[in-house]
Design a protein around this ligand. Structure first.
Ligand code: PLP
Length: 368
């Protein structure tokens, strides 16, 4: 076993970037309420607004579109609770799926891509009177498979139906160029701990003219859109991570080749391997892969003992043994219980994927 385990579970959370750690240590300790008028408050305000600019830069939007929240879960809840009816997909994160009791769920195909015909048919049936209180919410990239949705097409469909469109962009943020300004998306959710920032802080992007009332009654921070004294330390770390992540797009392009080499090696050297979403556009960092006859939970433990940290099923349900709703929606059936998820991040290097392949080949000598 190696001294330091290899970490390939970055869709669950990422290691903190040095820039984020340094920035957080710098702001820690001083009294720092950004609403205070004295010099301490003004310094804190400057930290928040500088972080807002960095997040906006990575998202391709204006800083005033950025509302800081406690993370992706809150951002998703905050936007969807502004509406009575949600049209969403069967592969969304639980923080989208479970906000409303009755969502209209759009199916995905075996590659995990949303059925645009079903979406179009559903949009046709929406009553004109219900439209101001109806929103479409489709994630940009899935946390389990990395499969990327045709967000531009969906936003065009939303625009021509006069409906608001929200996209959970937690996983795509920092891995692909985003241009919120020139898109038709009404709202987007982000989370700091997926890009090398701290957990417990995130953002919701809001296009001007789209409704957003604070769910929490209080001091009216974030221009009345999210009450509560700002999490200054977290926001500072988020901003520093976002500034650092600006240079990462190329890293993820390279990682796609490392990921593909790993998958090709498994497919060429072993029978019984399935890669979920392989023929769909995917994030370069993610591989959702199953080995016939090997239960995912057993594999995760075996990888851990061999010094490689990966996960089974959904990121946020790591530790819970539940079968993945995403893979079931893709028609994986019993194979869902064999699927493991490998996800690289900003600190991942090529040899991590090479070691992963070596370990996998040792653990899976032949199909059962
Ligand atoms: N949306 C997606 C796609 C995610 O992967 C996650 C976390 O795994 C979230 C939302 C929730 O984000 P947070 O952990 O910041 O609440």
């Amino acid at each position: 076993m190696r001294d330091m385990p290899i970490y390939l579970d970055n869709n669950a959370t990422t290691p903190l970037r040095n820039a984020a750690l340094t920035k957080m240590l710098n702001v820690m300790g001083a009294p720092a309420n950004p609403s205070s008028v004295h010099s301490f408050g003004r310094s804190a305000r400057l930290v928040v607004e500088t972080a807002r600019e960095s997040v906006a830069m990575l998202a391709g939007c204006h800083p005033e579109n950025v509302v800081f929240t406690s993370g992706g879960t809150e951002s998703n809840n905050l936007v969807l609770m502004q509406y009575d009816q949600v049209i969403t997909s069967s592969i969304e994160h639980d923080s989208v799926r479970h906000v409303h009791d009755r969502c209209k769920m759009i199916a995905v195909d075996e590659n995990g891509i949303i059925d645009l015909d079903q979406l179009a048919a559903t949009l046709c049936k929406i009553d004109e009177a219900a439209k101001p209180n109806t929103i479409i919410s489709i994630m940009a990239a899935n946390n389990e498979t990395g499969v990327i949705q045709p967000v531009d097409q969906i936003s065009e469909m939303a625009r021509s139906s006069n409906l608001a469109f929200h996209s959970d962009m937690v996983q795509i943020f920092g891995k692909r160029h985003l241009d919120f300004n020139s898109s038709e998306i009404s709202y987007a959710s982000f989370s700091a701990h997926k890009i090398g920032g701290p957990a417990g802080v995130g953002a919701l992007l809001v296009r001007p003219g789209c409704k957003l009332a604070s769910l929490l009654r209080g001091g009216g921070q974030e221009k009345g859109r999210r009450s509560g004294t700002e999490n200054l330390i977290g926001i500072a770390g988020f901003g520093a991570a976002a500034a650092d992540a600006l240079g990462d797009i190329n890293h993820y392009k390279k990682m796609a080749a490392w990921r593909n080499d790993f998958e090709d090696r498994m497919l060429n050297e072993r029978d019984g391997i399935t890669v979920f979403g392989k023929s769909a556009p995917r994030l370069g960092n993610t591989s959702c892969i199953a080995a016939a006859g090997k239960a995912a939970e057993t594999l995760v433990i075996a990888f851990d003992l061999a010094g490689v940290a990966i996960s089974a099923g959904a990121a946020c349900s790591s530790g819970k043994v539940t079968s993945s709703h995403v893979l079931r929606a893709m028609g994986a059936g019993g194979r869902a219980g064999e699927a493991i998820r490998i996800s690289g991040g900003w600190a991942t290097v090529k040899s991590d994927f090479e070691t992963l392949a070596d370990v996998f080949l040792q653990l899976y000598k032949q199909p059962a």
